[in-house]
Design a protein around this ligand. Structure first.
Ligand SMILES: Nc1ncnc2c1ncn2[C@@H]1O[C@H](COP(=O)(O)OP(=O)(O)OP(=O)(O)O)[C@@H](O)[C@H]1O
Length: 252
């Protein structure tokens, strides 16, 4: 994925100012920066929720025209949200199944009749979902309504749902926010395993610098809508502008 000269404005506010960076196939790429730096806005541009006033988004060698989020999802880009967005009353299994929606081809008519194609498709979807449930070690809670789960597990279910779409690029908006140390360790391991086992490219926003520096291949640093750093964790750690704007200060 190649973001070229992206500028995004909300009225008079320039949330993103002429930023370019790429996400290479197979890597784990972090976006960091202080609150209000424009990180979520950038993720929203990648996932088609926001349309930049200037700049171009390239994906897999092609310039992407302005698209709706569901069209972006069909290209193979899935995401999780800063504030968990699951169906609380539904079971874990059903929530994860909703991640398959972008892959469903049969229409309502066939599904209503529950014949042929619809049935075959359901079986195939179930198989993929079961594989992901095993992979993320949530078999024991597959029938539990999501609303009853502790926070850390909800985050894992959200990851499962995003993975159910079999994305080429997975976007994670603060996957560790609100987690305790043990939950963060689990989530870090799952992110690394997903990247390793499925070859999924991952872009994430995260405030926990220990985690970011541990699991990322490369890091983009934003501050007031500008890009102030870009490189390996070691390069970014040694960048004076980054230290002054972000790394030198304590934050959540
Ligand atoms: N929908 C919107 N309408 C108006 N202004 C917005 C909107 N979304 C973001 N902004 C503004 O754009 C700027 C960047 O916000 P953004 O949420 O992208 O930052 P962030 O780096 O993700 O912050 P945080 O770490 O707090 O989530 C802020 O000044 C914010 O107020």
């Amino acid at each position: 994925m190649d973001m070229r000269n992206i500028t995004l404005r909300f009225g008079g506010v320039e949330a993103i100012k002429d930023i370019s960076f790429d996400i290479r196939e197979g890597e784990i790429r972090a976006i960091i920066g202080p609150n209000g730096a424009g990180k979520s806005s950038m993720l929203n541009v990648i996932s088609g929720f926001y349309h930049p006033q200037d700049g171009k988004v390239w994906f897999r060698g092609e310039k992407r025209p302005p698209m709706k989020p569901y069209q972006v999802a069909r290209l193979g880009i899935a995401r999780t949200f800063q504030n968990i967005a699951l169906f609380e009353g539904m079971s874990v299994l059903d929530n994860v199944m909703t991640g398959r929606l972008t892959h469903m081809k049969t229409n309502m008519f066939w599904q209503a009749l529950w014949m042929g194609r619809a049935e075959a498709e359901e079986v195939a979807n179930r198989e993929i979902v079961e594989q992901i449930i095993d992979f993320l070690e949530i078999q024991a809670i597959r029938k539990t309504p999501v609303g009853r789960l502790p926070y850390g597990l909800k985050k894992r279910v959200e990851l499962a749902r995003a993975l159910a779409a079999e994305p080429k690029l997975l976007l994670l908006d603060e996957p560790m926010a609100g987690m305790n140390v043990e939950e963060k360790e689990d989530m870090s391991r799952f992110i690394l395993d997903v990247n390793d086992e499925f070859g999924t490219t991952i872009a994430l926003i995260e405030h926990d610098m220990g985690v970011v520096m541990d699991i990322s291949d490369r890091v983009v640093v934003m501050d007031y809508g500008r890009k102030i750093g870009d490189g390996t964790p070691d390069e970014v750690r040694g960048n004076q502008e980054v230290i002054d704007a972000y790394l030198g200060v304590a934050h959540e």
